[in-house]
Design a binder for this molecule. Structure first.
Ligand SMILES: [Zn+2]
Length: 213
């Protein structure tokens, strides 16, 4: 492990956040802290279930993006590609025509990760089918898909209690990140997905639901 365990994946994040993560790692409390913040689990543990899940999202939002040959969990992805997810197109000749077979691989650590983490990486890799670069169009597509995720109206139903989105401008080269607000792809301040509106909505919901506890 490198001297600073946050150097690889969190290099672009704020120094305070990185310090907090370093402290949690040093105290052996990172997993416990993440579990407390994201207690919701998912049952998408097999490659088949992952394929169905990705296809359902794709059919809803990106029907025109061309077929997806394969979707699978990959236990070596972080070693071979140093990545949490990949999308690839393998071109081969078939009957004299060049055909691209596209596949999405998700690092198998997401099998046991909180539901929101799996959602995040699946939406990210799916968006790459249409937009290759990590640019404005790419994140506009990601936030569009996130906003269409299923919300539930009561406990026991499937779906999230509420969904909000923040968009950050992050060059991933160590320069400070800034919060993108008001203009697309950030949700409009009047939208239900605006982060502070989302927090207020959730606070009201939980104040009612847990009023008698
Ligand atoms: Zn990407």
């Amino acid at each position: 492990m490198s001297a600073d365990p946050t150097a690889k994946y969190l290099a672009a994040y704020a120094p305070e956040l990185r310090a907090q993560v370093r402290r949690l790692i040093a105290e052996g409390r990172l997993a416990e802290s993440l579990e407390r913040r994201h207690p919701e689990r998912h049952d998408i543990t097999s490659d088949g279930a992952l394929y169905d899940d990705v296809m359902a999202l794709k059919n809803r939002h990106m029907r025109s993006a061309g077929p997806l040959a394969k979707v699978l969990y990959d236990s070596r992805l972080h070693l071979t590609h140093q990545a949490l997810g990949t999308h690839t197109a393998v071109s081969r000749l078939q009957g004299g025509r060049l055909k691209a077979k596209r596949e999405i691989r998700i690092a198998s650590l997401f099998r046991e990760a909180p539901a929101a983490f799996l959602r995040m990486i699946v939406v990210h890799e799916l968006a790459h089918l249409k937009e290759r670069a990590h640019d404005r169009a790419f994140y506009a597509l990601c936030t569009h898909m996130l906003q269409k995720l299923q919300c539930r109206s009561k406990v026991g139903d499937e779906g999230f209690d509420a969904i909000g989105a923040v968009v950050v401008d992050c060059k991933n080269d160590g320069t400070p990140i800034t919060l993108a607000t008001a203009s697309p792809p950030a949700p409009a301040p009047s939208s239900d997905f605006d982060y502070s509106r989302f927090v207020r909505r959730l606070a009201q919901l939980y104040a009612t639901r847990f009023a008698r506890i």
